[in-house]
Design a protein around this ligand. Structure first.
Ligand code: AP5
Ligand code: ZN
Length: 215
């Protein structure tokens, strides 16, 4: 089973992807995580992505598509995958279709987490991420047992560089301009399921499961 998980910044894509990984053994492919890792390791994609990510812009399509193509070619997905944060533009969606034909996979479901834009800034400003294992928390909605310490591995929790007020504003504008049209594209060309993301994390997950188990 191969899934695209869409939604605005802070909608809960990473949170729900982690649940899907443990429930169905899917591989989690987050372009944001891959870019952040590349940035840390100073690879060619990291150096290019740094500028765009820190200010909240999308990394240009050709680099992003090149990186995803490379990632899909170099990894195996025996139980399928969740694409989190890709595609984010219509050009990326079209390219994904041709990569699928070339590599022999298809997308089984496109899930769109629908969350009111007003809520997103609160979600993003309260998020804390583990430096070691990447687990995410929220200071109010999903706090760690000990402040700034990861429950899972004891790693230090930090705030991402693109969580400043200014960067969050740009990310939300970028979403509206470049990614929202993709929701319309999938609505017109095929099958997209809107999931109400403005519920508890558990309720969002049970709506996702209901959709996948009805396939
Ligand atoms: P990326 O890392 O993909 O960031 P994003 O899309 O902005 O999404 P986030 O990771 O911020 O949020 P999320 O939806 O995963 O929410 P989460 O589960 O953490 O991309 C970063 C950057 O990389 C982009 O800006 C761009 O520059 C670049 N990039 C990436 N992909 C690209 C592409 N395809 N093309 C070009 N550029 C690309 O939840 C957020 C918080 O809310 C957490 O604290 C969580 O605990 C909490 N929370 C989650 N669910 C709930 C709930 N139901 N109730 C209450 N709180 C909740
Ligand atoms: Zn951790």
């Amino acid at each position: 089973m191969n899934i695209i998980l869409m939604g605005p910044p802070g909608a809960g894509k990473g949170t729900q992807a982690a649940k899907l990984v443990s429930e169905y053994g899917l591989a989690h492919i987050s372009t944001g995580d891959i870019f952040r890792k590349a940035l840390k390791e100073q690879t060619k994609y990291g150096v290019i992505a740094k500028y765009f990510i820190q200010f909240g812009y999308l990394v240009p399509d050709d680099y992003t598509i090149g990186m995803v193509r490379e990632y899909l070619r170099e990894h195996e997905f025996p139980n399928g995958f969740i694409l989190d944060g890709f595609p984010r533009t219509i050009i990326q969606a079209r390219e994904l279709e041709s990569i699928g034909k070339e590599f022999g996979f298809k997308i089984d479901a496109v899930l769109n987490l629908d969350v009111d834009l007003d809520i997103l800034a609160t979600r993003l400003s309260g998020r804390r991420t583990c430096r070691n294992c990447g687990a995410t928390y929220h200071i109010e909605f999903n706090p760690p047992k000990t402040q700034d310490v990861c429950d899972k591995c004891g790693g230090e929790l930090y705030q991402r560089a693109d969580e400043s007020e200014e960067a969050v504003k740009v990310r939300l504008e970028t979403y509206n301009k470049q990614t929202r049209p993709l929701v319309d594209y999938y609505t017109m060309t095929g099958d997209i399921t809107n999931i109400n993301g403005d519920q508890s994390m558990e309720d969002v997950f049970s709506d996702i499961k209901a959709r996948l188990e009805a396939m």
